[in-house]
Every structure is written in structure tokens, then in C-alpha cells.
Design a protein around this ligand. Structure first.
Ligand SMILES: [Zn+2]
Length: 201
């Protein structure tokens, strides 16, 4: 294993591109090209350039002529990862992201973040349902508990779940979902201080 592989062995793996750089051998003439300002020389990995299609980028003062694999440190978990040149091309040419959008989280943290956003949306949606069914109440409680477990909601939010579970009829107490929710709630209620810094909503 060479030093390159050693270095990138510690990087977070991308499900599509792996964890190490993709060397293309392309050496653009540095006088003719503009690179992404989010990827200064210090984080660009030499030898990984791919050409950009300027007609597909959203208008910017300075277009980007080449993408390079670029090293990043995840804002959430602090682990190193690569924002791959192919990924950049996909973002800026296929998905229509502006060149000002930067990749600051590794894939697992991005997925987690997206999961949290979806959960919050679902929680809000269920919150406003006037007469929730039992299944909807369980889902609502599940969203709330997960958001507390993830440190997004303050522990105080579980008071709503407690009230909700207290109102569940006795004949539903053998329900697998009820038992699971009650157990998770108990775990949170038994913890102290751990969520003190989480956001209150
Ligand atoms: Zn991360």
C-alpha cells in the first residue's frame, strides 16, 4: 500500500466514487483555466482534473473550466472526505446548483441531514392534523422521539409524547409500536442534561 492509499484509507467512503482520488492524467494549462474558488490549490488533488462544460453551469462572474477532486473536512463529523470532480460536474451541470454552493458534509452526514429535514417536515405536517388516527399519533411520537434522539429537538419536546402515550387506550398497550415508543421515551426521560444544548422548538 503506497502513501497515497494510506492517506485516503481514513477518508469517508463515497457510495459511488469510493474514498481515494480518481487520477485522470489531464494536465490543464494553468494559464488558461479557472478553478472553483471553493477548491483552492491547498485542497485540490493534482492529476484529477476533468473538463467542465461551461454552457451547462449557471451563470457566474467566473466560470469554472476544470473540476478537481478536492479534499474536505466534514462540518458535522470532522472526518476528511473528497468532493469528487465528477460529483462537482454533476452538481454544477446536471443538478443546476450555482457555483457558489459548496460541499461541506460527507455523504453519511448529508444523508443524516436530509433525513432530519424530512422528519421535521413530517412532524410539522402531523402536528397540524386536527384529529390524528392512532397510527398517525404513533408516527408523530416516533418523529418527535427520533428528533430528540438526534439532538435536534430539546428533551422537553418529549412531554408531548408522554401525554400522547398516556392517552392511548389500554387495549393498545400490547401493540409493538406502542411498546417501542414507550421504551424509547423512558430511555430519554431517564437521561439528564444530555440534550440541554439542543434547539428548543
Ligand atoms: Zn460527516
Amino acid at each position: 500500500m503506497d502513501s497515497h492509499q494510506d492517506k485516503y484509507a481514513a477518508f469517508v467512503e463515497h457510495p459511488r466514487f469510493g474514498r481515494g482520488p480518481h487520477f485522470t492524467g489531464l494536465k490543464p494549462d494553468l494559464l488558461q483555466v479557472t478553478f472553483h474558488w471553493h477548491s483552492p490549490k491547498s485542497c485540490r488533488i493534482p492529476g484529477t482534473a476533468i473538463t467542465a462544460d461551461l454552457t451547462r453551469q449557471t451563470a457566474a462572474t467566473l466560470a469554472v473550466t476544470h473540476y478537481f477532486d478536492a479534499e474536505r473536512t466534514c462540518e458535522d463529523c470532522g472526518r476528511p472526505f473528497i468532493f469528487f470532480a465528477q460529483e462537482q460536474k454533476h452538481w454544477y451541470e446536471e443538478l443546476g446548483f450555482g457555483l457558489d454552493s459548496n460541499c461541506v458534509r460527507c455523504v453519511p452526514c448529508r444523508k443524516r441531514q436530509q433525513g432530519i429535514s424530512r422528519l421535521r417536515e413530517r412532524y410539522e405536517e402531523l402536528f397540524h392534523v386536527p384529529a390524528r388516527t392512532v397510527a398517525e399519533n404513533f408516527e408523530f411520537a416516533d418523529c418527535c422521539l427520533t428528533l430528540v434522539e438526534q439532538g435536534v429537538f430539546h428533551k422537553r419536546q418529549t412531554e408531548r409524547v408522554r401525554m400522547l402515550l398516556n392517552r392511548v387506550r389500554d387495549d393498545r398497550h400490547d401493540d409493538v409500536k406502542y411498546k417501542e415508543l414507550a421504551t424509547r421515551l423512558q430511555v430519554i426521560e431517564n437521561q439528564t442534561g444530555q440534550y440541554g444544548d439542543a434547539q428548543i422548538v
